[in-house]
Design a protein. Structure first.
Length: 681
């Protein structure tokens, strides 16, 4: 492994990085939005905004990775910032610099890496926007350009980090104006103008204090929610361990089936009793060959379940089929049982080898008394900082029922799904004392604010002779804003893929020329303010898409509904074919303000390559089949006359009238024929 090097200007670079005051800061939606977009666009496992300091690489934003940092010595980004271009490792195992890197041999097992360096002040490289995958792959020129443009958007955010103005007030126009206080003491404005300005400034201070107060309240609420999530995680871990400890019994029962598929009831009862006595709250253990229950333990309280066909019962069929499809334990319930009572059911499908393949034998089932288990584990039974409730929901048992106070789900609470296969359980959490409505030091803060506000108002007297400077500052701020917007527009136009933004009302906000080129037939409707549905209807009318070209009204209506549903609830990338034969991959992402950002990438060449590979594979398989058929035919046709020759030579060799020389000739011919037959075989 080759460690990431120290750069020549590394001390200067790290000094500038620290001056940004962004290292070890809280996650921010503006960076997360870009990494989510990169993850979706490149279809990778991991996307990161990584900043490299003296000893580590720290992730300002991360998608698909739990770690917040790694040592610089093993980092990929430490290599990426050696030069100002996209750094790509197509297969880490084939690269001697990274083949034995811990990030490759252990989690997250990186096989592909692509990182674009991020420029900070002075053009120094601060880190990278990188995409990472667990399988080898290549990055074409179009994808390199897309990664570079996304990196430029990250650079825009890095130049103006959130909170930098409050941490460095010397950059603000207020601080620069106060710096001229001594020079204007002799030029105080008239009181009739100063007093309204002072009152207004005091009001602004109080308004800012109110904003700070609300921000602190939100922070208290965030901390309370994080604590609640932590408490709920401990609760869920205890619950999952208790249930998994009991579900493990079905694997022991499955082992008995593999050992003896024809196990008798007496042997089953003995083995089941031994297993069930190891843990508590086991309602029943069952064998169901061909999905029909034949063996139950204990038989006294569960005999009514014998003969129950799980695949014929409409209430049990779905869960049984899911278990067979997944080939793993599938849970149902808690549901009401045929034999009475209520239980959580875990079914493990058993597949036995037969004739060289695996064949479905039936189910091994365990019934767990969930409510008794929860009470025995002490869950939800004691008063704590938080109130908890566990709500069950299933198709077999509606409406939803709960353990704990059902009313908890009606008020403000945290709902956390329980990660168990096949069940829809929700854990509700709420602080016993309610969510926080204040924060420490709030009263002192307001007293100080009321004292500082008039003092700030008095300082306005000293600033009234600075209108020109103030106007110049405002003008520069507007120019910077316009420049930032211009850079953003240029970045959008530079994207090699189609890029479009719809606002929270689903109206077109902005799109680049590449997007208009892809959907040339729809260009007359690609106007700012047009609704997405209106644009889509027009595209269908003019036959923009292959599926609706020359289609009937029913097909057009169905297509419209599918596209609108994907647009309202974006989940993953999808491909669609245009009427001119091109294929476009669409990646949509919902923004924090409710709007939608979307990438449209031309993947026609990829589709063509895939089709060519499929056709080549089909031809190769046909050629292989023809070869096999030819060899079998030739082998059969040659072996038949050869056997006749061998038989006649055997008869001729037994003739006593042959001379010694003739017998020698016959033997030589027979040996040659047998040798030829051996070669043919």
């Amino acid at each position: 492994m080759k460690a990431a090097p120290q750069l020549v200007n590394d001390s200067q670079r790290c000094e500038v990085l620290h001056s940004l005051n962004i290292l070890d800061s809280a996650p921010e939606a503006r960076f997360d939005r870009l990494t989510r977009l990169a993850q979706r666009l490149f279809q990778v496992d991991i996307a990161l905004v990584s900043l490299v300091d003296e000893q580590r690489q720290w992730f300002k934003s991360r998608q698909g990775l739990e770690a917040t940092e790694t040592p610089r010595s093993i980092s990929f980004c430490g290599h990426a910032i050696e030069q100002d271009r996209v750094f790509v490792v197509e297969d880490t195992l084939a690269d001697e610099r990274f083949a034995d890197n811990p990030l490759v041999t252990d989690g997250p097992r990186i096989r592909f890496y692509a990182g674009c360096p991020l420029k900070g002040p002075g053009g120094l490289l601060m880190g990278t926007l990188c995409v990472i995958d667990s399988r080898p792959r290549q990055l074409d020129d179009q994808e390199r350009d897309a990664l570079r443009v996304l990196a430029e958007l990250v650079e825009v955010e890095l130049r103006e980090p959130a909170g930098v103005r409050s941490q460095q007030p010397r950059d603000s126009w207020v601080y620069r104006s106060l710096g001229q206080l001594k020079r204007i003491r002799t030029r105080i404005s008239h009181p009739m103008f100063a007093m309204p300005a002072a009152i207004m400034m005091a009001g602004v201070v109080l308004a800012l204090a109110g904003l700070w107060d609300r921000a602190q309240l939100r922070a208290q609420l965030v901390d309370a929610r994080q604590d609640a999530y932590h408490d709920a995680g401990l609760m869920l871990g205890k619950l999952e361990n208790a249930i998994n400890a009991r579900l493990h019994l079905v694997y022991a029962l499955s082992g008995q089936i593999h050992a003896n598929p024809q196990v008798g009831n007496a042997a089953f009862q003995r083995f089941a009793a031994q297993l069930a006595h190891q843990v508590s709250h086991i309602r029943s253990l069952q064998f169901a060959p061909n999905a029909v229950v034949t063996h139950v333990w204990p038989a006294d309280n569960n005999s009514a379940a014998i003969g129950h066909d799980l695949l014929a019962d409409p209430k049990r069929r779905a869960a049984a089929q899911e278990a067979i499809a997944s080939r793993s334990i599938w849970l149902s319930g808690p549901i009401y049982l045929i034999q009475g009572g209520e239980a959580l059911i875990g079914r493990l499908p058993v597949f036995l080898p037969r004739n060289g393949s695996e064949q479905f034998w039936g189910f091994v089932t365990i019934l767990i008394d969930v409510r008794g288990l929860l009470e025995d584990q002490g869950l939800f039974s004691t008063a704590d900082r938080y109130d908890h409730a566990l709500r069950f929901a299933s198709e077999e048992a509606r409406p939803a029922r709960a353990v704990g106070d059902m009313q908890l789900f009606e008020g403000e609470h945290l709902s956390i799904p329980v990660p168990l296969p096949g069940v829809e359980w929700t854990l509700g959490v709420r602080p016993s004392a309610g969510w926080p409505d204040s924060w420490p030091g709030r009263a002192l803060f307001w007293w100080c604010s009321l004292l500082v506000a008039p003092l700030i108002g008095l300082l306005v007297f000293w600033l009234l002779r600075l209108p020109a400077q103030t106007k110049a500052t405002i003008r520069r701020a507007v120019e910077e804003l316009e420049s930032s917007q211009a850079r953003f527009r240029d970045a959008i136009q530079a994207l090699p893929a189609g890029f479009v933004i719809f606002d929270r009302n689903d109206r077109l906000s902005s799109c680049n020329e590449r997007y208009r080129e892809l959907y040339a037939a729809t260009r007359p409707r690609l106007q700012v303010g047009r609704r997405f549905e209106e644009i889509l209807n027009y595209a269908v009318q003019v036959g923009q898409f292959e599926v609706v070209k020359n289609a009937d009204d029913k097909t057009r209506s169905d297509f419209l509904e599918v596209i609108l549903q994907r647009h309202r609830l974006p989940s993953s990338a999808f491909d669609q074919q245009l009427a001119d034969g091109r294929w476009v991959r669409v990646v949509e992402q919902r923004m924090r303000d409710g709007g939608m950002v979307s990438f449209h990438v031309d993947v026609t060449d990829q589709k063509s390559n895939t089709k060519a590979l499929v056709e080549a594979r089909s031809k190769a398989e046909q050629a292989n089949q023809a070869k096999s058929t030819f060899l079998a035919t030739v082998s059969h046709e040659v072996r038949t006359p050869l056997n006749g020759v061998i038989g006649l030579l055997s008869v001729l060799g037994g003739d006593p009238a042959l001379s010694a020389e003739q017998a020698s000739y016959v033997k030589t011919a027979s040996d040659s024929a047998h040798h030829l037959l051996g070669l043919l075989n």
